[in-house]
Design a protein around this ligand. Structure first.
Ligand SMILES: NC(=O)c1ccc[n+]([C@@H]2O[C@H](COP(=O)([O-])OP(=O)(O)OC[C@H]3O[C@@H](n4cnc5c(N)ncnc54)[C@H](OP(=O)(O)O)[C@@H]3O)[C@@H](O)[C@H]2O)c1
Length: 234
């Protein structure tokens, strides 16, 4: 136990984090806050934004998360760069109701929200080491117990799949000393939510998310948390 006021060593030592979907929204804010506290950021995206370019962090463009080739090219460019944190943040939300069930949209959301992060994790395992943290940005909408409004088939189902992948990864990666967290950012005002007026800012969300990431350990690996620290039901 550390004396009050001291941060764990993992968070005061400069760490290297790779973030997906880093050009806007929550991903961009992760880059901003991690860089501001002295961590090294590898910002991956499909196309960089002016805001991301303005941060002066390392940018790895061209990462379409559903593309095996794009993932392979990224791994090649990273070489043997060790990663202390891998934050799977890229995601899509397409509304899919029962009446207008669009199976292509469901498949697309599975590819991006569930299969992409699992595939990228597999291909970046060589970069992770004991003490590294694997963060999966899921959603409360991927909680079966919390589903009281129905609908959103593609988003809900793909995030449930991501949660299950995260739970298995936590078990499989425990012997390698890699901790896994499934995190919900809260309702955040980003393009995904059409900049919802009741949403919190990405800045507020990421402050809470980084607290969860700093607190994550092998003992708590595999948990599903709200950015505010509440444990969420599966
Ligand atoms: N905002 C919320 O209230 C909320 C709530 C719960 C969970 N979340 C989760 O938090 C994460 C970030 O959400 P956000 O609110 O920041 O969303 P956002 O503003 O819509 O940003 C989504 C990010 O994902 C990237 N992306 C989308 N499809 C991609 C693909 N096929 N390949 C690579 N990158 C792709 C986007 O890049 P492009 O610019 O290239 O499209 C963008 O950088 C998501 O996983 C989301 O499900 C958000």
């Amino acid at each position: 136990m550390l004396p009050a006021g001291l941060r764990p060593i993992a968070s005061i030592t400069m760490a290297t984090y790779l973030i997906t979907g880093a050009n806007r929204g929550i991903g961009l804010e992760y880059c901003r806050q991690l860089q501001a506290r002295g961590d090294t950021v590898v910002a991956t995206c499909r196309t960089p934004s002016a805001e991301l370019e303005g941060l002066g962090v390392r940018i790895e463009p061209g990462l379409e998360i559903s593309s095996e080739a794009a993932i392979a090219a990224l791994v090649e460019r990273l070489g043997c760069l060790p990663l202390d944190g891998l934050i799977h943040n890229a995601g899509i939300l397409e509304s899919t109701s029962l009446d207008g069930l669009d199976l292509d949209s469901l498949r697309r959301q599975f590819e991006v929200n569930a299969l992409g992060p699992l595939r990228l994790t597999r291909d970046l395992l060589g970069q992770l080491r004991p003490g590294s943290k694997l963060i999966l940005m899921t959603s409360r909408m991927g909680s079966i117990a919390d589903n009281s409004s129905g609908g959103s088939y593609g988003y809900r189902m793909s995030k449930v799949a991501l949660c299950m992948a995260g739970k298995s990864l936590a078990i499989d990666l425990q012997p390698r000393g890699i901790a896994v967290a499934l995190l919900h950012p809260g309702l955040v005002s980003t393009r995904m939510t059409n900049f919802h007026p009741q949403g919190i800012t990405p800045e507020q969300a990421v402050r809470g998310l980084l607290e969860r990431i700093d607190a994550l350990s092998l003992a708590t690996s595999g948990g599903f948390w709200h950015a505010n620290g509440d444990e969420l039901p599966w």
